[in-house]
Design a protein around this ligand. Sequence first.
Ligand SMILES: Cc1ncc(COP(=O)(O)O)c(C=O)c1O
Length: 394
Amino acid sequence: MIEQIDKQYVLQTYARNYVNFKKGVNATLFDENEKDYIDFTSGIAVVSVGHGNKRVADAIYNQVSNITHISNLYAIEPQALLAKKIAELSNMELGVFFSNSGAEANEGAIKIARKYGETNFENKRYKIITLTHSFHGRTITTVKATGQESMHTPNFAPYPDGFSYNHSIEDVYNAIDNETAAVMIELVQGEGGVQPLDKEEVQKLAKFLKEKEILLIVDEVQTGAFRTGEFLASNVYEIQPDIITMAKGLGGGVPIGAILTTHKDILTFGDHGSTFGGNFLSTRAALEVLDILEETKDSGALDETIIYFQNKLSQIYKNHTNLFTKEVGLGLMRGLRVKDADTLTQIINESFDEGVLVLKAGKHTLRLLPPLTISKEEINEGFKRLENALSKIK
Ligand SMILES: Cc1ncc(COP(=O)(O)O)c(C=O)c1O
């Protein structure tokens, strides 16, 4: 039923699985036949506080029963409070602009870098350097910022100028010239294969860029909001980027993006805006999400969950060295490199049949992004099902 309607009326841009989920409780989903699935995906790092979270539901209900939206022409209390909370949690002196998605946050970050490069130097600095295998979004600019040639199809050309890609941080130094405005990186490449960058190399790059007055943009759309164990991966890497972007886990499923910058004066009146960005609904939801995640972190529960999850995953890895070649990741953003792409497809399909949802990243990485509030019982059950699925792979 859902399949037929979807295929008739929804533009077919996704390779969809036609399971019809009806209910979720933390990391467990139930379909229309009441079959349960352990969710090791959180809707691709979004449902950070689990499905059906009562506190978030109540916060949203209370908010929208009064005001959902009034536009950015008026002060929005939860928006201001959320910006304050983000600044405090990040431990940085920064200002925040709210958007509706990760790509939009990255677009805004690129605008800030371009204006910085236009107004601060004798010659115009407009170039932005990114890494190969990166992913920065699907708008015409962020797709061009994404370091995957397959995404730059001629279908959508021409693209904005000024983007180049490098295989490693070492290569970034060689690519910099006097027109470079910014370097944009993910500290753990998510879509590219759950690949963390080396901490010392990142710190060295951050220092170098500061000296050269080139901005460092860190795309934390996937790594932000405690996914890697701290509020930001930048906190784990102990760096202070000029611009950080967030989205995904920040709203727990309510669309929200954020640009965080220590350069509070670059964007001025009229430079940027959004109809929906930072409205009462999304910022109230995100405030509650951050309260929950902060409590989870402060109580020690998040760190415990990360260790527990990682140990279970390592066990799976050791049990199946015929299928996996490497363990990768940070915090609750974890992956196992699979020997080839076909085997990975089989693993994802068998896992689904066994009742555990897992993801693909890059060409051959099995990616696991559970809710940060997942329980030990759900972890045990999920790995039991994953083990069953793996035992069926030849
Ligand atoms: C690192 C990173 N940046 C940007 C995006 C794009 O975010 P959105 O899909 O919310 O536009 C994603 C989405 O997967 C991402 O992982």
